[in-house]
Design a protein around this ligand. Structure first.
Ligand code: SAM
Ligand code: DTB
Ligand code: SF4
Length: 356
């Protein structure tokens, strides 16, 4: 089976994918799958550009939900310091620093089941402030009702991240305090409020191959498809029920990126959590499979991410440029200056190159 039989036609989003069609993609010989994914990728994107976002945890830990992978759930004994909602000024300082490092989108995450009415004014000020810095804004605050989604949309929030996490079939093994339908309802409220949707999941939760197929079918059949699809590799957290689940085979992870790329041809596919445990070659294979977005910065929400310098070195090795917002020339120049500085540093005798 090929989605690119007629190479003059660009693959378009479809919302009627069946599990057997998607399973057939997973079963392709690896090289055929990678070729199809890269072909589809080139129809809609510059293959040498990756979008970069920075994450900030604006409220950490003490979450009432029971997500079995999460360091922030109050139900598990993890080694995490909880923190109250950050002050708006501190958030804006972090956003400014992210911009200076070349990020184009600032994503603020809170360990909440859902935002409370008393939190909303602060959160809305964060959106307005970050937007005023010229960054794209993203938030992930848990479930949203229609009214909260409308308030965030009105404040200028560009993206809302809310993951399906896994298949509907496997879901109850992972979370019991909110339903799959709750997640779909939040995504629908986000859409109705006119924001872009960022939704994906986590691989390596002990799910089966059929669950990974099922999750991707669910995402692709959302209409419209999510603009951004984060694919996270489980970061195992000591103290959580999934701390010693079996590792997912790396080729299976790469196949998931490739299948996501093929069935969601116009979406950014984000190589999200788990990069700190991947070597350069593994990340390069993910980019070849069609991943075109990452988180920049040494911390995700509570866990480690590769150092920015290490990522810039990898991008230099692969000839990858970072995507700019709507051809922002100043930002492109600023980023060029940062990249040149890293190369100069790399060439100096005193620079320890952790990437080699
Ligand atoms: N509390 C909000 C919620 O869950 O809706 C927002 C923040 S939550 C940390 C955002 C997403 O991060 C989760 O849905 C999950 O997909 C991902 N995530 C959390 N912990 C992770 C881990 N240990 N490894 C990989 N992904 C993780
Ligand atoms: C997403 O899908 N991945 C990001 C973002 N959305 C919010 C979060 C990853 C969290 C990884 C574990 C941690 O750092 O706590
Ligand atoms: Fe709470 Fe979000 Fe972690 Fe679930 S994933 S425990 S909702 S912070």
């Amino acid at each position: 089976m090929s989605v690119i039989e007629n190479s003059n036609e660009h693959a378009q989003p479809r919302h009627n994918w069946t599990k057997s069609e998607v399973q057939a993609l997973f079963e392709l010989p690896f090289n055929d799958l990678m070729f199809q994914a890269q072909t589809v990728h080139r129809q809609h994107f510059n293959p040498n550009e990756v979008q970069v976002s920075t994450l900030l945890s604006i409220k950490t830990g003490a979450c009432p939900e029971d997500c079995k992978y999460c360091s922030q759930s109050s139900r598990y004994k993890t080694d995490l310091e909880k923190e109250r909602l950050m002050e708006v000024d501190k958030v804006l300082e972090a956003a400014q620093a992210a911009k200076a490092q070349g990020s184009t989108r600032f994503c603020m995450g809170a360990a909440w089941r859902n935002p409370k009415a008393r939190d909303m004014p602060y959160v809305l000020d964060m959106v307005k402030g970050v937007k005023a810095l010229g960054l794209e804004t993203c938030m992930t605050l848990g479930m949203l009702d229609e009214d909260q989604a409308a308030q965030l949309g009105d404040a200028g929030l560009d993206y809302y991240n809310h993951n399906l996490d896994t298949s509907e079939e496997h879901y109850n093994q992972i979370i019991t305090t909110r339903s799959y339908q709750d997640r779909l309802d939040t995504l629908s409220n986000v859409r109705t409020a006119g924001m872009k949707v960022c939704s994906g999941g986590i691989l390596g939760l002990g799910e089966q191959a059929k669950d990974r197929t099922s999750m991707l079918v669910q995402l692709a059949n959302l209409n419209p498809q999510p603009e951004s699809v984060p694919i996270n590799k489980l970061v195992k957290i000591e103290g959580t029920p999934l701390s010693d689940v079996d590792d997912l085979d790396e080729f299976d992870f790469i196949r998931n990126i490739a299948v996501a790329r093929i069935i969601m041809p116009k979406s950014h596919v984000r190589l999200s959590a788990g990069r700190n445990e991947m070597n350069e070659q593994m990340q390069a294979m993910c980019f070849l499979a069609g991943a075109n977005s990452i988180f920049f910065g040494c911390k995700l929400l509570t866990t480690q991410n590769p150092e920015t310098n290490k990522d810039i070195l990898l991008f230099n090795k692969l000839g990858i440029n970072t995507e700019t917002i709507a051809n922002d020339i100043d930002e492109a120049q600023e980023l060029h200056a940062i990249k040149t500085a890293v190369v100069d540093q790399e060439n100096s005798d005193v620079f320890y190159n952790a990437a080699t």
